[in-house]
Design a protein around this ligand. Structure first.
Ligand code: NI
Length: 192
């Protein structure tokens, strides 16, 4: 287990499409070690999630976890630790919301991205079991963000109004309160 270096925007491994993991290889020490490193790195950086290619592993897996005390995202509803290998996401409705995103690979920048409110997520867990579940509400954005990484897409690529870009300190000072109110409304409606 190790905390790995996080690659930053502009690195070619972040921009490339990651490869599928061979399902038979999920139980190997190599893949299990990747998963442990992703969890350690995500937690050390206070991320809400991390994709393997963000730490230089060019394969399709990511982890997501939001604990109640995350200093980067104090308004985020909790998400239990989730590991997804070869994930797919499908949209369950056309309804969208505006999500103010940040990324461990895009230091000190936030911006508004349109995300779907209801998604179905599937993929293999670390035991090699295939799982499917639905995610509704604010948390759906987190899964879409991580899945985008595996296709070489970072949140700035999805920002349609470049005037929404801001630093983390400017976000806290000027935009977080309004945004957190909208998140609370979403969480009240959807429970996540
Ligand atoms: Ni990210």
């Amino acid at each position: 287990m190790a905390v790995r270096e996080i690659l930053e925007i502009g690195h070619p491994t972040l921009a490339a499409r990651a490869q599928e993991v061979e399902v038979e290889a999920i139980g190997t020490p190599e893949v299990q070690g990747w998963i442990d490193d992703l969890i350690d790195t995500m937690r050390a950086a206070n991320g809400a999630g991390i994709a393997a290619n963000q730490v230089g592993i060019p394969y399709r897996l990511f982890t997501v976890e939001v604990r109640g005390d995350n200093p980067r995202y104090p308004y985020k509803p909790p998400i239990p630790l989730t590991i997804l290998i070869n994930p797919t996401i499908t949209f369950l409705s056309d309804e969208t919301f505006e999500n103010y995103e940040g990324c461990l690979s895009v230091p000190n920048l936030r911006g508004a991205v349109t995300r779907h409110l209801e998604v179905s997520v599937s993929g293999y867990d670390r035991d090699g079991t295939h799982r499917s579940f639905d995610v509704r509400g604010y948390s759906a954005g987190t899964f879409q963000h991580e899945n985008d990484h595996l296709d070489g897409i970072l949140f700035p690529h999805r920002v349609t109004d470049s005037r929404t870009f801001c630093s983390w300190s400017a976000f806290s000072a000027f935009r977080q309160e309004t945004f957190a109110d909208r998140v609370r409304q979403l969480v009240e409606r959807w429970g996540a």
